[in-house]
Every structure is written in structure tokens, then in C-alpha cells.
Design a protein around this ligand. Structure first.
Ligand SMILES: Cc1ncc(CN)c(N)n1
Length: 218
């Protein structure tokens, strides 16, 4: 079995917890409160900047130039393409600024930075894979279930259910499998741990938006 298949199986409890979050269910129904989506968007715009720089740092460390080019493309996609979408949502939802990075986003971004700074490139690539794979799956999950013709979140859903996003997902999975194939058993285990940790952070990111978890003023 490929590393990605075994790891995806291990992540199923986290994936179903994500799908069952009220945030995802209400987005699917089109009933998600706007304030929760606004909180999510602001945090996500901040996240994407960090995510883009982590992807560029991975590209710099990858030995195979084809893999490096792919990660440079994902970095561009995160910073340019996704942020353009966010900025159009910012207008639609009357968001003036990004605001402060709140605990869940902070934890996730700094975890990714620590992994890319201090772990092997294989582990760093595995840590960024849930950002692709889970979003692709969630996008498809919601798209298949949207019933309301004018779901206010349709543009968001369309981004992550889109064919080009899914091409990146498939390609990133294949690169991680190629890295895993040439890695030691110990590195493969670290890759799996990193994937599962980042998958948990994906869960926590939506949970935090749902409950709008912010720094406690002291
Ligand atoms: C938190 C998060 N994770 C992943 C993605 C998809 N790149 C995103 N926009 N935001």
C-alpha cells in the first residue's frame, strides 16, 4: 500500500470529525452565520501568506527539480490565486482588514514553519499535504450536497472542488509518495505523524471559526 493510502486511512477519524463540524454542515446548507465566515476568511488570508512561504521553503529543499517546480507553483497558488478569492470575499463581506492572527491559526502556521525549519523535507511536505487533500475532499463533499440554488458560499466551494485545485491535490500526493518511497521507515513514520498533526490543525481551524476562539485579553 502506498504511504498516502495508509496515512489517509489513519486520518479518517479526523476527516469525519471535520465533515461533521457544524461549520461545514451549515456551509453546505447555506445557513452558516456570516460572522463565522468572516472570522474564517480573515484567519485564512493570514494563514495563506504563511502557507505560501512554507511551500516556497519546501521547494528550495526538494532535490528533484520537477518537485521543486510543483511546490513553487503551489506557493504561487496559495499567495496569489487563493488570496485574490479571499479579497473578493473581503469586499462581499465588508471586511476592512485581516486583523490579528488568533490562536488556532497561529498554532497551525508556526507548526508548519517549525517543521520546514527543523525537520526533513519529506516530513515538511507531509505536513502540508492535508492542506491540499482535506480541502479538496471537503470542497467535493460540500459540492455534492449543496441543495440551495443560491448558496452564499458557492464561490468558496467551487474553488476547492475545482478541477485545477484537484490536479494540485493529486500531484502533491504523488510527490509525497515518491518522497516516502525513498525514505527510511523512521522518516515515513515521522511523515505520517506530521500529516495527522496537520490534519488535526485543519479540524481545529474550522472549529475555532465556528466558536470564534480569540486571544483572551488579560
Ligand atoms: C487552513 C487552510 N488549509 C488549507 C487551505 C487550502 N489551501 C486553506 N485555504 N486554509
Amino acid at each position: 500500500m502506498k504511504w498516502s493510502e495508509a496515512t489517509w486511512q489513519e486520518s479518517q477519524a479526523i476527516y469525519s470529525a471535520i465533515i461533521n463540524l457544524p461549520f461545514i454542515q451549515e456551509m453546505t446548507a447555506g445557513t452558516l452565520e456570516v460572522t463565522k465566515f468572516q472570522f474564517y476568511l480573515k484567519q485564512d488570508a493570514l494563514y495563506l501568506t504563511y502557507f505560501g512561504s512554507v511551500l516556497a521553503a519546501i521547494a528550495a529543499k526538494l532535490a528533484d527539480p520537477k518537485h521543486a517546480l510543483a511546490y513553487l507553483g503551489y506557493a504561487e497558488q496559495a499567495i496569489v490565486v487563493e488570496r485574490v478569492l479571499h479579497e473578493s470575499f473581503f469586499k462581499q463581506y465588508a471586511i476592512a482588514d485581516y486583523g490579528e492572527m488568533q490562536p488556532s491559526c497561529h498554532h497551525y502556521c508556526h507548526y508548519l514553519r517549525a517543521v520546514v525549519g527543523f525537520e526533513s523535507v519529506e516530513v515538511a511536505a507531509a505536513a502540508t499535504l492535508p492542506c491540499f487533500w482535506i480541502y479538496g475532499e471537503v470542497g467535493r463533499y460540500i459540492k455534492d450536497r449543496v441543495q440551495q440554488p443560491n448558496n452564499p458560499y458557492q464561490a468558496w466551494v467551487d474553488t476547492y472542488a475545482a478541477a485545477d485545485f484537484n490536479t494540485s491535490v493529486t500531484e502533491a500526493i504523488a510527490i509525497c509518495d515518491a518522497l516516502a518511497e525513498n525514505a527510511s521507515e523512521a522518516t515515513r513514520e515521522q511523515m505520517t505523524k506530521a500529516f495527522l498533526r496537520a490534519a488535526y490543525f485543519e479540524y481545529d481551524f474550522w472549529l475555532a471559526a465556528q466558536t470564534q476562539v480569540s486571544w483572551t485579553p488579560l
